[in-house]
Every structure is written in C-alpha cells, then in structure tokens.
Design a binder for this molecule. Structure first.
Ligand code: AVI
Length: 329
C-alpha cells in the first residue's frame, strides 16, 4: 500500500495513512547517530513491537503513570465530559491502546467523531476497529502519522460543536519544552476559539519513585528501549549487537526530566548502510526525555502557547494531572 492515501481496511474504519517511510527513518537515524552527542528520536521506539512493549510497561508495578491517570479519569470523567460538551469531536494524539479514551467516549454527550492519531499503524488500526465496533454510532477515522510534523486531519463534521485534542499519558513530557510549546500552539490553532485541549501531564515527585518507574524489575522498559536497535537492524541495513548495549534511565534534576539511554558495553563499531558509527566504552545513545512538571510550570508553558486551564484534575498524591486547556481570553 502506498503512503499518503486513504485506504479501506477490511472493516468499517478508513485509515488516513501518512506513516513516515523508511527513507525518513534512515535520515533521522543517521543524523542522530553521527552527531557529537548521539541521540535517536523517541518516536522511533514505537514500531509494532515497541507499541506492545509500551502497553506492557503500563502494567508494571513501578510505572505509576497509567494507573494514576486512569484513577483520575474514573473519578472525574463525568465533569470532564461536561466541560467538553455535547457534539464534541475528539482528536487523540498518541492514541496507543486508547484505554482512557473508551471511558471518555462512554461519558461524552453525542460525540461528533473520534480521530485517533498514532505512528504505530498496526495497533492504531486494531484499536480503531475495536472502538468502531463497540461504538457503532460513532464515526472513527484513524490517522497514521507523526503528529509532530504536518499531517492531514479529516474535516470537522457539520454536526460537530467543537473539536478537542486529547493527549493523555503525558506524551507532552516526551518533548523538549520549546517543542512542547510549538505542539500546544499548533493544537490551539487546530481546535480554534471554541475548542480545547485535554492533556495529561506527569508531575515532579521524589527521585526514587521516578527512577523505579523507568527501571522496572521485570526489565520491560529495558526491552522497550533496546527494541529501537532491533528495529533499526530490521528496517535499515544495520548490525547492532543488542548484547553490547545496556538500558540506563535516571532523573536529571537540573532539567527536571527522566532520561533514557542505551550505553555501549565496551568500545565498538556499528554499521548502518554505508555508514560506520564508532562507540567508546560507556558512550550512550540518548533515546528519550520524559519531562516532569510542577503545576505552575505547566501552566506557564500552556500560557506561552496561548492556552489557559479551565480546569485541572489531580490524584490525592499529586503524582499526575489532567488539564482542560482553552484559548486564553
Ligand atoms: C509515552 N510516554 C509518556 C512514556 C513516558 O513515561 O515518558 C514513555 C515511556 N518510556 C519509558 N517508559 C515509558
């Protein structure tokens, strides 16, 4: 199937397919690995296997994020649905398995459509098909795209009162603050004066809780991190030896973020197509940042993107927050 087209799949949903092609992946990999400080963009963590491994992370005891956000949703979903109002079209950025969305959709008054946007195509199609079957009245239009770049959104249906971008899971934390601001500003443009952004934001908390969450005992986060090298071996012509890299995750207090790295075990050379990349012993590839916010910091970030919080929900421990942002008056 070619890129950038609307394709019928063997069920009632139609996929808008703008998944980045292998050429785009190759360019990003080579750019990141030939830089002075080696990096890979976190979105590359989400191929089919990576998306499943992320779902497994959400089930680990140590990863408090998903469980806490779901508990807030369960407690406050009726108020959230009231804020979003009737005939709201929901656009979800980074939809994954859409577990929390299901809860929201069940409580929304006559939703005017659901548009899940995700880069992991297999999981997106599967989830969209299941939701479409479970909510037969709802128009579900999945879009496979990198939502950090330009992509096509289906037109707002005539019966929609407003569009709301839903961004759960603290996906926003995986962007450096200037990029997060750009994303929020773009979201504000998409949803306009009448719309809004419902967004999950992970909060600052003690270092030991954070570091445990990204170093689970079962080794699922390590497998998730290392999978990006396996993906590069599979999709590009590369020869990473996965036994010679180790997962590292720690809280960087200065920048208020958890960092994930892959650390080279010994000096080594890796080939990617015609390019050879040399690693020193202990040198790392930085694969992900997960920024943690104090509530007032996130408020300031949203404010600089022209948005203000109409309502904020948190859990009793103040581990996580969900903000309903609207255009600043
Ligand atoms: C998707 N994102 C918000 C997760 C996070 O916590 O930053 C990704 C993740 N990386 C390791 N564990 C979970």
């Amino acid at each position: 199937m070619s890129q950038n087209e609307i394709s019928a799949i063997d069920d009632p949903v139609e996929l808008v397919d703008e998944q980045p092609d292998v050429g785009a992946v190759r360019r990003e990999v080579l750019k990141g690995l030939t830089a002075a400080t080696k990096t890979l963009p976190p979105k590359l963590l989400y191929d089919e296997r990576g998306a499943r491994l992320f779902e497994d992370i959400c089930e680990t005891d140590a990863y408090y994020v998903t469980r806490t956000e779901l508990a807030i949703m369960e407690a406050d979903v009726s108020t959230m649905a009231r804020e979003l109002g009737p005939h709201c079209r929901l656009i979800e950025y980074g939809s994954g398995a859409s577990v929390k969305t299901r809860l929201l959709l069940e409580h929304l008054d006559s939703p005017a459509g659901y548009v899940p946007v995700d880069i992991a195509k297999e999981q997106l199609v599967e989830t969209a098909s299941t939701l479409s079957a479970d909510f037969p009245e709802l128009s579900v239009t999945p879009v496979c795209a990198d939502f950090t770049s330009e992509f096509t959104l289906p037109d707002e249906p005539d019966d929609a009162a407003r569009s709301v971008i839903y961004c759960p899971g603290s996906t926003i934390g995986n962007f450096h603050p200037p990029d997060a601001r750009r994303l929020l500003r773009h979201a504000a443009t998409v949803t306009g004066e009448d719309g809004g952004v419902l967004i999950g934001v992970d909060l600052l908390k003690p270092r030991d809780v954070l570091e445990r969450a990204y170093n689970d005992e079962e080794g699922v986060t390590a497998a998730f991190n290392l999978n990006v090298l396996d993906r590069i071996n599979r999709e590009l012509d590369a020869d990473f030896d996965l036994d010679r890299f180790r997962h590292r995750a720690f809280f960087n207090e200065t920048d208020r973020r958890v960092e994930m790295h892959l650390e080279s075990v010994g000096p080594q050379r890796v080939r990617i197509d015609d390019t050879v990349v040399a690693f020193e012993d202990g040198e790392t590839i930085h694969t992900e940042c997960s920024y943690k916010y104090a509530p007032e910091q996130f408020r300031a970030l949203a404010g600089s993107a022209g948005l203000e919080a109409r309502q904020v929900w948190t859990d009793p421990r103040d581990y996580f927050s969900i903000h309903f942002l609207v255009a600043r008056s």
